[in-house]
Design a protein around this ligand. Sequence first.
Ligand SMILES: Cc1ncc(COP(=O)(O)O)c(C=O)c1O
Length: 312
Amino acid sequence: MASGTDALILALRACGVKAGDEVLLPPFTFVATSSAVSALGAKSVFADIRPDTYNLDPSELERRVTPRTRAIIVVHLYGLSADMDPILAFAKTRKLPVIEDNAQAIGASYKGWPTGSLADAGCLSFYPTKNLGAYGDAGMVVTNSAEIAARVRTLRNHGQSAKYLSSEPGWNSRLDEIQAAILRVKLRRLSNWQRARQSHAAEYNRLFSQIPGVMPPLAPDGFEHVYHQYTIRIEQRDALHKFLGERKIGSTVYYPYPLHLQPLYSALGHKAGDFPHSERAAQEVLSLPMYPELRKEQIARVVDTIAEFLKC
Ligand SMILES: Cc1ncc(COP(=O)(O)O)c(C=O)c1O
């Protein structure tokens, strides 16, 4: 695909989502997850996250499902899998397809299985900042379903089921060849880069264990985190963000506005308090420097600076 967003749009379409349908998804994610739903004329129905993992809370699904629900999108945010077993069990009872937004979690696993292979279709983004990044936009749909694969191949190429024979409206969303060539070379290095990220995360965790007031990211047993982001949670988030910036340490808030409070979705009529865990996360999360080439002394400097902030 030409991007991760296109991967989501075409996977949803291939799973049968069309105008007027509802799709369940968490409100604490990048807007691309829901704009893919909007692109098909379907409606995003939000289901809150768990406060400890920032991923979809499976127990929310039952509350939010309606007779118009046509699919579920789970997001493996920051590089950590959502808790898939209960989500898949729910989807099975309702006969709903599940699409994994795996844009941030290539290489992650859940109970030994790679994210993206756990549900009906997995969507990858190779945007340059991702753990496997191209030099421009690129994306992919992975699936074990021959039917979904065939549908996506047709949809990404103008709905052509044979050369110059179109059977339905489609898109032009082929993966650019230059990007494909770059990704093929970089793919060989992904597991080394992943190990480097995991070792940096372990070092951050070790240092943060001495610092009360900072909640490091959680990786429950059986969940292999790939740390697309190393995201801490802290009450004085905005002040810390500023403090780090003044000391030339980069940090970013992914994401400051939960989707249900975005102007884009004002017509859905949501208000503050509707999805409290997503809203609190949006106020308290901060992603710290994380990339394979990061050095131990840089990690120590970040953590020392946060410790200095907390003593102020
Ligand atoms: C969670 C999530 N979903 C979807 C996307 C969309 O991917 P792309 O930018 O390749 O369209 C991104 C990244 O940008 C993302 O982080």
